[in-house]
Design a protein around this ligand. Structure first.
Ligand SMILES: [Zn+2]
Length: 225
């Protein structure tokens, strides 16, 4: 699911005090072009959400949309179903250029055997995924080391602060982005969406993922005692 922000909604239908999007400009899940989808939706005040489909004018792909209406808010939450941006890592990793193919294959196999509830096979493939991740960063230095030793030396081989420090030039006081954030220059719909993406990425990287790892680690440790 991909959230459609109000900036990408080009027109609305009014139902009482609720506004339901009538047309939406966004990237098509079928052809990846930025197109305008026309939504035909029948709003029922007894329901909190509605699903509708809309045909891409460029590739004729029928894209499913989900609209969640909220009593106190005139703007509903709008989502487009886009399998390529689904939150499952399997869908995300293939889009990233730096992930080794071998690791993607191992992770896919691990997910598949886990679905069949083959626990022994899941263990074997989980180990292969961990080894592949470590090997990617440690390369030759991983040889002859136990997994514990490899984990310990991992921080010497990854620059975990780089994704954040590399953002600092973007925030320079004389930079275009800074001018937009200070409302000195206008930003268009696309830029507003990119800024929202950046916020989400920063929150994921700094809060969500470290927190999730900590919770999973605690649950594993609790299960082991
Ligand atoms: Zn399309």
């Amino acid at each position: 699911m991909r959230r459609i922000y109000p900036g990408s909604i080009t027109s609305y239908s009014q139902f009482g005090h609720i506004k339901v999007p009538k047309s939406v400009k966004c990237v098509c899940p079928g052809c990846r072009n930025k197109v305008e989808f026309v939504l035909k939706s029948t709003y029922q005040s007894s329901k909190h959400g509605l699903m509708t489909e809309s045909i891409c004018p460029s590739c004729k792909f029928s894209a499913p949309f989900i609209i969640i209406t909220k009593e106190k808010d005139i703007h509903p939450d709008v989502y487009i179903y886009d399998p390529d941006t689904a939150t499952h890592p399997l869908n995300q990793i293939e889009q990233l250029p730096k992930i080794p193919e071998e690791l993607v294959r191992a992770y896919k196999s691990a997910v598949n055997v886990h679905h069949t509830k083959e626990n022994a096979a899941t263990a074997v493939l989980a180990k292969r995924v961990i080894e592949n991740i470590l090997k990617h960063f440690l390369s030759e230095k991983s040889k002859g080391l136990t997994l514990e030793q490899q984990f310990k030396s991992l921080p010497e081989h990854i620059n975990l602060v780089k994704p954040i420090t590399s953002l600092s030039p973007l925030m320079a006081p004389d930079g275009s982005l800074h001018h937009m954030l200070e409302l000195e220059t206008e930003l268009d719909d696309e830029m507003a969406e990119l800024i929202m993406d950046l916020l989400e990425d920063m929150i994921q990287y700094l809060f969500v993922l470290p927190g999730k790892i900590e919770i999973t680690q605690e649950r594993i440790e609790k299960k082991l005692t």
